[in-house]
Design a protein around this ligand. Structure first.
Ligand code: FES
Length: 345
């Protein structure tokens, strides 16, 4: 059984399945309501039920007191509808609406997925979740007030652990720390979410090209997984093509994941591109610079959006060539540039 929920004052409408919380359903359907802990402790998700009835769910009694319930207040991370609802709350429309926090976290898991790429999973303190838009990044706070930026590779709805993709490179002192001395259970501090690389609204028939080099795949993974999550309840799906470029096959460190997306989603195409494939790669796929594959495949990108992330040289060349040779509107190109930081610990 599903219920219709209308958000006031925006008038946005979404559906919640029985047993699903108001927050879960809103996020799944692409409406960003504010939240913090997602377990009834912090009160950030508190809003008003103007019409209809809810099951308040398990929550901290001090976070939502009886008097508040009597005037219609509810914690949207815990409350699930028992009827169609009209609710009142502030929706997050842009990054400026999201609180930037400084939080401690613990290294939960370290996975070496290529010789020079480590996937770090971070666990936040109990009662803390980080609200962010898919594509944003955090700054790990180092000694002497130095920082190291990492894109969040997990999607916002999948926020039990924060996932970072760290590449090892010459002179990267923090990178070297990750690959040699960092251990599970180490404590870190970070600030975030930061950045303006996130999916923009567009008519539903606007197709998307994702362009990643190396670990520039991380924020793009977050955006794509978030789109798939939101598509569950939509009939109209945006066409997406991911071009992921690297030197060798093993540098495409989550190749199987991208390939699985392609097998499971009709609207998604994966184009891996290698620039220096090895004989052992037995590579029959695309070769050369990743953005040039897009130029070869698309002559007219007038109705597209392009999201590019990775090395500065790739992002710069992609912007130039796609806007000058393929009719991509300049305001339809969104990018995040990865610049190596050296001597920063
Ligand atoms: S009480 Fe913290 S997000 Fe709901």
């Amino acid at each position: 059984m599903s219920y219709q929920i209308i958000i006031q004052p925006s008038g946005h409408v979404f559906k919640a399945e029985s047993g699903e919380t108001i927050l879960e359903a809103a996020l799944r359907e692409g409406f960003s309501l504010p939240y913090g802990c997602r377990n009834g402790s912090c009160g950030i998700c508190k809003g008003k039920i103007i019409n209809g009835t809810v099951d308040y769910g398990r929550h901290n009694e001090e976070t939502l007191i009886e008097e508040e319930k009597q005037v219609g207040k509810a914690l949207f991370c815990c409350a699930s509808p028992l009827s169609d609802l009209v609710i009142e709350c502030h929706e997050i429309g842009a990054t400026k609406d999201i609180e930037i926090k400084t939080l401690p976290c613990r290294v939960h898991k370290l996975e070496l997925v290529a010789t020079d790429v480590m996937i770090i999973s971070l666990k936040l303190p109990t009662n803390q979740r980080l609200q962010f838009l898919a594509g944003q990044y955090i700054d790990i706070l180092l000694k002497d007030e130095k920082r190291r930026s990492f894109s969040l590779a997990n999607a916002p709805h999948d926020d039990e652990f924060l996932q970072l993709h760290a590449r090892n490179y010459l002179g990267g002192v923090f990178a070297e720390h990750v690959f040699t001395r960092m251990r599970v259970k180490d404590m870190l501090r970070f600030t975030g979410p930061l950045g303006s690389f996130f999916l923009r609204d567009a008519p539903e028939d606007t197709s998307i090209i994702f362009l990643a080099s190396g670990t520039g795949f991380a924020p793009i993974k977050s955006i794509i997984e978030h789109i798939f999550y939101q598509e569950i309840s939509r009939s109209n799906k945006r066409k997406m093509t991911l071009y992921w470029g690297a030197r060798t096959k093993s540098d495409l460190y989550l190749f199987d994941l991208a390939d699985k997306w392609q097998q499971e989603h009709d609207n998604f195409t994966f184009v891996p591109v290698l620039s220096e494939s090895l004989p052992t790669d037995s590579w029959n796929g695309r070769t050369g610079l990743v953005h040039q594959s897009v130029v070869q495949d698309f002559h007219n990108l007038e109705t597209y959006q392009v999201y590019a992330c990775g090395a500065p040289i790739m992002v710069k060349a992609a912007y130039h060539d796609l806007t000058s040779q393929c009719n991509l509107p300049k305001d339809a190109f969104f990018s995040d540039v990865f610049t190596p930081s050296v001597n920063n610990l």
